[in-house]
Design a protein around this ligand. Structure first.
Ligand code: MRU
Length: 355
């Protein structure tokens, strides 16, 4: 069965699966411009670091395809930069949109300097560059899946089948397809090496129970849902072999921001002697930030903690703290960082940045 597809793009038409309606209904909504994409990202109709960047960039491609070529390349590039600057403000922690924007602005500068390229050709080049992100992300995820599955299998060579714990949603719904951490799990399953995946509920937004559980059931991957508070007991009881999570931003030293609750899993993994892996493409690695301390952490609405749907479940008047992400120190990433270029120790990422 083909994996789920949450982003559909054909001939300048962009549609996304509205993730607010999952798992009850699968409804695609059109994204007609950058403003639509910004709103869909902010409202969490699409989420997950790679998917946010891809939908943002494709929405710009949609707009550019409809735009009559501006008079000059400078005017075209100003337009592109303004739209990208706006998209970067949609959510603060994931770095993918910022890195994609920087790459596109660099392309704009090269096209402006190149006197043999006219404005129409420059516009086409920018559109092609933005549209390529969809296929590139799937290729990266397939490679992450292979590298990760090979590394985990090798490090557990005495075991026939493995038990993996994962957090949040890192699958087809969070990427262009296949997924990062969930991609590694898919690859283990394809290789007949997966006994069971345990997915956390991922409170308070429930990306695990709503989205990851949905993907795992959809693809008939053997899976068990656990509440976040059961992680230590599950590691002990089920003899988990590895924890694999995704990333919203990996700093140059390997410190990794990911969904709130990731850090506690890394601490638990260490005390249970369980390998802890981060699976992320280089498009999630921010070499401009030396360590995790300067990663901006999104604060989410308190209603995510105090309410279930429209029903209040927490005592009225209680103070709340609801960070969307936390930072796992590099030294707790004992298995390594699984990228499309291979599996690296957190402090060994830099030499692989641009090859
Ligand atoms: O708030 P979300 O749902 O966008 O958070 C998603 C995560 O934290 C994922 O683990 C991360 O973006 C990696 S997705 C491949």
């Amino acid at each position: 069965m083909a994996t789920l597809q949450a982003i559909k793009y054909n001939d300048g038409q962009l549609e996304i699966l509205d993730q607010l309606l999952l798992p009850e209904s699968c409804i695609f909504i059109p994204i007609c411009n950058v403003e639509d994409a910004w709103a869909a990202i902010r409202e969490m109709k699409v989420r997950g670091a790679p998917a946010i960047a891809i939908v943002g960039c494709l929405s710009l491609a949609v707009e550019l395809r409809k735009l009559a070529a501006p008079e000059t390349k400078e005017e075209l590039c100003r337009f592109v930069k303004e739209k990208l600057d706006y998209l970067v403000t949609s959510r603060p922690t994931a770095v993918n949109t910022q890195l994609a924007a920087e790459a596109c602005v660099k392309l704009c500068a090269r096209l402006t300097d190149n006197t043999s390229v006219d404005t129409t050709a420059a516009k086409e080049d920018i559109i092609k560059h933005l549209e390529a992100m969809l296929a590139d992300d799937i290729a990266d995820n397939l490679a992450i899946g292979e590298h990760g599955a090979r590394d985990i299998t090798k490090k557990n060579a005495t075991k026939d089948k493995l038990r993996i714990l994962t957090h949040c949603n890192t699958g087809s719904l969070a990427t262009a397809g296949y997924g990062t951490a969930l991609g590694v799990i898919r690859s283990l399953h394809k290789a007949n090496k997966l006994d069971q995946v345990y997915c956390t509920e991922t409170r308070p937004y429930n990306q695990g129970s709503r989205l990851t559980a949905f993907e795992l059931v959809y693809e008939k991957i053997p899976a068990t849902l656990v509440c976040d508070s059961m992680a230590a007991a599950a590691m002990k009881q089920f003899k988990i072999d590895a924890v694999i999570v995704g990333a919203d931003r990996v700093a140059a030293n390997g410190d990794t921001a990911n969904k709130i609750g990731t850090y506690q899993l890394a601490v638990l993994a260490k005390s249970h002697d369980v390998l802890f892996y981060v699976a992320a493409p280089f498009s999630s690695i921010d070499f401009q930030i030396p360590n995790g301390q300067s990663i901006p952490i999104e604060e989410r609405p308190h209603s995510e903690m105090t309410h279930t749907g429209s029903t209040r479940t927490a005592a009225a008047g209680i103070n709340c703290w609801n960070p969307g992400f936390d930072v796992t120190p590099a030294e707790l990433i004992t298995g390594g960082i699984i990228t499309e270029k291979g599996v690296f120790k957190p402090d060994q990422l830099a030499p692989h940045q641009s090859n």
